[in-house]
Write a protein that binds this ligand. Structure first.
Ligand SMILES: [Zn+2]
Length: 234
């Protein structure tokens, strides 16, 4: 059964199960589900109290999992399948040509290559194209976002890009922000959300209350955007 408790500004929804056991078990799953297994004789009030006492841990686990890459179905890099760019889907058309290139045209990703049946080749051409676009868009967004973080000497900020399996972005104490190149497949709003999240780490290198209030201040709608990002590519 689903239950919800309020903890500060957050709601924690959990599946409650009962089992013949002595202690209450809480687990947070990668699909963001919180499962609570309670001893048979525990009261709802006791369970809620216990969850409240573990709430900050639960929220941290959820945050951890949400930074993971969503499960994108594998691509075969053949004509007809869809590929993403800035939040839109484009159908792939691979054609044989002596000139190698990638173009977006009329809703299609047109990949020209001498080896149209070579999936690895098509993939590498698409990756190179994404790298190029990410470089342009991520830097442009950084320039747009910088002025709202004036208090953190943003001239030090160094933007890097990397294809990562487990996170959308990171920020270290030297002001190096790394964005997952794969974000170029998401909408600009989602990319901006990740960038602003990482910029907030220039002030706080953790996910503390102060961090979230700064994020909230710059992006009051961030939870909705985060949800979009995590559910978009699945
Ligand atoms: Zn973070």
């Amino acid at each position: 059964m689903k239950h919800t408790i309020q903890y500060g500004n957050s709601e924690i929804t959990f599946d409650l199960e009962y089992a013949d056991r002595k202690t209450l078990g809480i687990s947070v799953h990668p699909d963001n589900r919180v499962v609570v297994i309670a001893p048979l004789d525990s009261s709802q009030q006791k369970i809620n109290e216990k969850i409240k006492s573990k709430a900050s841990w639960i929220l941290r686990q959820k945050e951890f999992f949400l930074s993971f890459h969503p499960l994108t179905p594998p691509r075969k890099y053949i004509s007809g399948e869809t590929h993403l760019y800035l939040g839109k889907q484009y159908r792939l058309k691979v054609k044989k040509s002596q000139v190698e290139n990638v173009k977006l045209s009329k809703g299609y990703f047109l990949v020209s290559t001498a080896e149209p049946m070579n999936a690895l080749k098509v993939k590498s051409l698409l990756i190179a194209w994404y790298n190029e676009k990410a470089e342009v868009h991520f830097h442009e967004m950084l320039q747009n976002v910088k002025p709202i973080f004036k208090q953190f000497s943003t001239e030090k900020v160094e933007l890097k890009m990397k294809w990562m399996k487990k996170r959308w972005g990171s920020c270290n104490d030297k002001g190096q922000i790394t964005l997952n190149t794969e974000l170029i497949k998401a909408s600009k709003k989602c990319i901006e959300y990740v960038l602003i999240h990482e910029m907030c780490h220039l002030g706080y290198l953790n996910h503390s209350r102060s961090f979230y209030s700064l994020l909230e201040q710059h992006l009051p709608n961030w939870k909705k955007t985060k949800y979009e990002l995590e559910h978009f590519m699945v």
